[in-house]
Design a protein around this ligand. Sequence first.
Ligand code: FAD
Length: 416
Amino acid sequence: MAAALRGPGGRFRWRTWAAAAAAAAAGGVRGAARSAAAGRQDYDLLVIGGGSGGLACAKEAAQLGKKVAVVDYVEPSPQGTRWGLGGTCVNVGCIPKKLMHQAALLGGMIQDAPHYGWAIQPVLHDWRTMAEAVQNHVKSLNWGHRVQLQDRKVKYFNIKACFVNEHTVCGVAKDGKETLLSAEHIVIATGGRPRYPTHIEGALEYGITSDDIFWLKESPGKTLVVGASYVALECAGFLTGLGLDTTVMIRSIPLRGFDQQMSSLVTEYMASQGTRFLRGCTPSRVRRLPDGQLQVTWEDLTSGKEDMGTFNTVLWATVRRGLSALSPASCPSSVNPGSESVLLSESSSASTSVNRMSAECSEGQSRQRLSGPGWPGPSMPCSEAPGRSRAASQSSGLPRSLSGFPEFSERLEVRP
Ligand SMILES: Cc1cc2nc3c(=O)[nH]c(=O)nc-3n(C[C@H](O)[C@H](O)[C@H](O)COP(=O)(O)OP(=O)(O)OC[C@H]3O[C@@H](n4cnc5c(N)ncnc54)[C@H](O)[C@@H]3O)c2cc1C
């Protein structure tokens, strides 16, 4: 969840090839960071990511007397959903999910109630009311987290961070304002986000993900959930429980990586409650029909035949990837992304072996390194990095991820 580098002597340290070279030339990165120019700030610990991991880490460190800052920034989902401090769990994960499950369970109890002697009039569920209550609760948690940080004297920055060097990050606010923050130790706790399939026509244009479902103002209606991860099944579960016509499309097996006997029990139970399963199928196209419905075309992988169905909502729950925004190309001070390099651990005994870490585009492009020659030196202002180009910034539009590095993702990459 959260990741840090522990160097010799229990010290957290970040090391980049470029920074190492620059440090040698400039007499030490830390020295440069210390001689902070106007606008720079020094912290004992800087946490990138204000989710469960980052907030816990920041609060603990502050309680131990450290000067701590947290930077958190939520990139809106492709459908424009945005939320506040607290990360996935609070805003688009555990919390809203459990509340929606609770709503579904209540519906089930109401259905059972007449058998226990309760005289129940037909009861209808109103998505709008539930969603508003869930969203208000989440907003109260956002606020609570801010207050907790303030109480513990943890400075909070609502900025999107990327590394400038081993002790410095550059953060960009919504209005484009840049802030340079330096710290002795930097923790990465950036979590993960759902990704859309890039090869399916209409997937991004017409689909949503778990980042959106909890923030919908209107009922999603008849829904196709594509995927077999726990996120997919949980969303399908509460949608069914709320009385919505719900179908789950699975390419191979549900809940890969989980005990398969348990996963069978889960899917059998879901089917008994009314969730439809399309197994061994993979979608190939989503189109919007003139009446506004979504027409999904899929292939049955066993027969090779094509089939179609119409839905009001298509929810993609196939892949989650982490660390999308720390690569230099996502930074305004980005330099030639082609010469990016790897974040290195100073010690092979580091708690996170960062020399295994590399960033790659989720579209399967060749592996790219995180920093490298031409990477701004330690005393370089954010906006004056050499080689900065529009093209470099634009290339950051590609979602990037860390592969082979489970600590940096939520290990949710369950491909059906
Ligand atoms: C639908 C769903 C249901 C779930 N249910 C459960 C459950 O029941 N139980 C459970 O234990 N787990 C559950 N999870 C998983 C749980 O939500 C995550 O494991 C957990 O939230 C991860 O916490 P984190 O701190 O690592 O990352 P996150 O909570 O994702 O926080 C990372 C934060 O960093 C921010 N960030 C990223 N990059 C940058 C950057 N460059 N600069 C600044 N900020 C940045 C992100 O916007 C985010 O706010 C669920 C997840 C989902 C999607």
